[in-house]
Design a protein around this ligand. Structure first.
Ligand SMILES: Cc1cc2nc3c(=O)[nH]c(=O)nc-3n(C[C@H](O)[C@H](O)[C@H](O)COP(=O)(O)OP(=O)(O)OC[C@H]3O[C@@H](n4cnc5c(N)ncnc54)[C@H](O)[C@@H]3O)c2cc1C
Length: 303
């Protein structure tokens, strides 16, 4: 299908793009890599009157270290993040998660920040951002504000950013000594959105877990932190039984979702049958166990 008619505007700078969004009002949408927005236009799931293209605004594609943070700019492509040695060494969970996004041609166009801003409940990168406590910089004609990932995702394809705000960059804390990170997911075919996935970051000191963050995708209207699982692991000297109990706790705290509810969260981007919630929860539990086990091994803390 062809998209509905729209007028195209090129943002010369990120500030100019923000001015255009303000001027054109709620019928305008920002265009980044177009790998979610253009299919949505073609399927008539979105009918914006105006597209504001951020693609040629200078200086936004940087991937750079800033003290204890790794900063990914709004137009940095998923492939650039995947191939960055800095990302691999400083934020390994992000590097591992982005490898699972779609296929190489899509990762060469799609942006990391665009995926996070799109806020799909089944996508890898919003979930990784949540596990990593990423900080998002929102820029508008009014100025700049920073929002943590947990406050950013408010529902299916819904965030706390206003329609005229641009996510100018996302900052990820860099890992320190004793920290292991891992992404694990199960999808029906390689490159598909996962049925469920888990991102984990664990810090071990003297054989004890001193910090842990776990986020799951595919089981709710947004990525969720597995707080009960984190509590089960924190302070423990991990063994396979503790990890299995934490994985069970990670899904026990979730609210079961009906088929219609899940379809509303997921279908706009997936033209395939939506697996039932019970199946998703059971897959999520396995992914939490696998990701925690791998992260612990990488942290040097498995017994
Ligand atoms: C066949 C196919 C398979 C895919 N498989 C997967 C998959 O397995 N996992 C996965 O996670 N994704 C998958 N995707 C989606 C892909 O990762 C997209 O690239 C990503 O979701 C959106 O990034 P984008 O840069 O293309 O954003 P766009 O499509 O340009 O924008 C998406 C939305 O986010 C908004 N937006 C974009 N950037 C910003 C910003 N900086 N500030 C504010 N709002 C912004 C736009 O206005 C729009 O509403 C797939 C896509 C396709 C076509």
């Amino acid at each position: 299908m062809k998209p509905p008619p729209f007028s195209y505007h090129r943002g010369r700078t990120v500030e100019h793009a923000a001015e255009l969004l303000r001027e054109l009002g709620p019928s305008a949408r920002l265009l980044a890599g177009g790998q979610s927005l253009l299919p949505m236009l073609n399927l008539r799931l979105a009918e914006p009157a105006h597209l504001v293209d951020l693609g040629s605004a200078p200086g936004l594609d940087a991937i750079r270290r800033d003290g204890d943070l790794l900063v990914v700019g709004a137009t940095a492509r998923q492939a650039a993040v995947e191939n960055s040695a800095d990302v691999r060494s400083l934020v390994p969970l992000l590097a591992e998660a982005v490898e699972h996004v779609a296929h190489p041609p899509i990762r060469h166009r799609g942006t990391v920040v665009g995926s996070i801003a799109h806020a799909s409940a089944v996508a890898e990168l919003p979930c990784a951002a949540l596990a990593l406590d990423a900080q998002l910089t929102l820029l508008s004609a009014d100025g700049v504000r920073t929002v943590g990932a947990e406050d950013f995702f408010t529902g299916a394809f819904t965030t706390s950013a206003r329609a005229d705000e641009i996510v100018a960059q996302v900052a990820f804390p860099v890992t320190g000594p004793g920290t292991g990170q891992a992404w694990s997911e199960f999808s029906l075919r390689r490159g598909n959105f996962p049925v469920a996935g888990a991102g984990v970051s664990i810090t071990v000191a003297d054989g004890e877990i001193v910090d842990v963050a776990i986020a799951i995708c595919g089981v709710s209207d947004r990525p969720v932190r597995a707080r009960a699982a984190e509590a089960a692991l924190l302070g423990s000297r991990p063994d396979p039984e503790t990890v299995a109990a934490a994985a069970a706790a990670s899904v026990a705290e979730l609210t079961p979702r009906g088929a219609g509810d899940l379809a509303a969260h997921i279908l706009p981007v997936v033209a395939a049958p939506v697996p039932a919630w019970g199946y998703r929860a059971s897959v999520a539990k396995s992914q939490v166990r696998r990701a925690v086990t791998t992260a612990l091994t990488r942290a040097g803390g498995v017994r």
